[in-house]
Write a protein that binds this ligand. Structure first.
Ligand code: UT7
Length: 329
């Protein structure tokens, strides 16, 4: 029997209705549309508004739409891997909450936290449950309600992030399509430059931590940029070399959407023209674990069976990596 690969057989996404524009941000912090556009490529991002709305509430419509597209019921799902840095609660896992909300009564699941690399870590992990033959249907969800951890008085972070969620279904494929290779990396010394200082076991929540705004995301942008631009480009080039892929062989780069300048540098390193690069950062900003599945969702109609995709991400941790896959439908 030919080798089993994990193929993406359905994709879907969800973004909230509320649009936070650069113009609105100009009224909130000392910034301007020209700076944000030229430094990041972002024009607007989506924000999940309303009391009691959590990350899982974006995953529900994304996954329910995915199941409808694939024509299967939630009961058929074996495993849910929920990649997020903004779980509904510290515990239980958002994967469990999602399973309950959609009626995935036969699934087990867990959350995976790798900041902006969450989705590629989750995709690689989920693929292994398919390749082992243990599972037939694995749901990999990438979603974040970044607005829940952003200080809208901090111009270094509030202009970048947005809310959104995407999901893919993995199923076995014996035609040589699906996830073919992955390179995943991490360097915990990067924790100084991109983190949330309080709310974990190191610094549990107190009145002081709240007063000092230590529950919000902190980023030393310049340092993170330096690591991101080098490592994301290097790992994408490395996976091409390891699989003897030339730029002509690659149909699409699906990059994490952190900064258009980082995406452009990665594409250039790979030798790809802009027509082969999925970019929607201008509309959604950085949705952390959501960026890559949201791109796949948006470009789904342009993808063809057998297309070669290179996924690449860099994020807090530091974490980074790249996935090589062939589109299966
Ligand atoms: O997704 C996870 C990984 N994250 C990333 O990959 C993000 C990586 N970092 C970045 O994308 C960029 O570093 C940022 C977009 C966050 C910042 O861009 P930058 O070109 O690195 O700007 P900077 O922090 O070096 O700041 C340049 C100038 C400074 O002014 P001076 O010191 O030159 O006078 C800042 O004070 O821009 C100023 N500045 C702003 N001006 C207007 C910083 N933030 C803003 C702002 N609006 N929002």
């Amino acid at each position: 029997m030919s080798k089993i690969h994990a193929a993406i057989t359905a994709v879907n996404g969800y973004v909230p209705d509320y649009i936070l524009t650069n113009q609105e941000l100009e009224t909130m912090v000392e910034t301007n549309d020209e700076w944000i556009t030229t430094r990041t490529g972002i024009k607007e991002r989506r924000i999940l508004k309303g009391e009691g709305q959590a990350t899982s509430d974006m995953a529900v419509p994304a996954v329910e739409g995915l199941l409808r597209k694939r024509g299967i019921s939630a009961e058929e799902i074996d495993l849910i891997i929920f990649c997020t840095s903004t779980p509904d609660m510290p515990f239980p896992a958002t994967a469990n909450i999602l399973a309950d909300k959609i009626g995935a009564i036969n699934a087990w699941g867990y959350d995976l936290q790798a900041a902006c690399s969450g989705f590629i870590y989750g995709l690689t992990t989920g693929a292994q449950f398919i390749e082992s033959g243990k599972h037939q249907k694995v749901l990999v969800v990438g979603g974040d309600k970044m607005s829940s951890i952003i200080n809208y008085e901090d111009r270094a972070t509030c202009i970048i992030f947005g809310d959104g969620c995407g999901a893919v279904l993995l199923e076995p494929n014996t035609e040589g399509l699906g996830v073919l290779d992955a390179i995943l990396k991490s360097d915990g010394s990067g924790k100084e430059y991109l983190n949330i200082k309080a709310g974990g076991s190191l610094m549990p929540a107190t009145h002081e931590t709240v007063d000092q705004k230590l529950h919000y995301a902190f980023q030393e942008g310049k340092t993170v940029f330096k690591f991101a631009v080098t490592n994301m480009a290097n790992v994408a080039a490395e996976i091409m070399e390891r699989n003897q892929l030339t730029a002509a062989d690659v149909n699409w780069l699906v990059p994490h959407q952190a900064n258009k300048r980082i995406i452009d540098a990665t594409a250039e390193r790979m030798g790809l023209g802009p027509e082969k690069v999925m970019i929607n950062i201008q509309k959604y900003g950085n949705t952390t674990s959501g960026t890559i599945p949201l791109c796949l969702w948006e470009w789904e109609n342009q993808l063809k069976k057998g297309d070669v995709l290179i996924l690449a991400a860099f994020g807090g941790g530091f974490t980074w990596g790249s996935v090589y896959l062939k589109w299966a439908y």
